[in-house]
Design a protein around this ligand. Structure first.
Ligand SMILES: [Zn+2]
Length: 93
């Protein structure tokens, strides 16, 4: 005889699923309906996490390319004539 569903308590549990309860991962017996809804919620959560990671990656790439483009502009603005003579030029051995 199957135990009752841990989540709804009104239907017979058909499978066990890993769930977070009080900060701990526990196996709970779930009926078909609760298991599918839990799987869907998990899939949505995983999708959101993947999307966030993707967005962060795109943002990092955009930030890096912007940073890479910035020094090129400042290097063009800086003239080599204003550079001070290096210490090694006046140094005589
Ligand atoms: Zn249930």
């Amino acid at each position: 005889m199957n135990p009752m569903c841990d989540r709804c308590g009104s239907r017979a549990a058909t499978a066990k699923a890993l769930a977070m309860r009080g900060g701990q991962a526990v196996y709970e017996s779930l009926c078909d309906r609760c298991r599918t809804s839990g799987d869907r919620a998990r899939a949505v959560f995983a999708g959101a996490a993947a999307l966030a990671a993707l967005a962060a990656g795109v943002g990092a790439v955009a930030y890096a390319s912007r940073r890479a483009a910035a020094p090129a502009k400042t290097a063009l603005a800086r003239s080599p004539d204003v550079r001070h003579r290096s210490q090694s030029d006046s140094y005589t051995a």
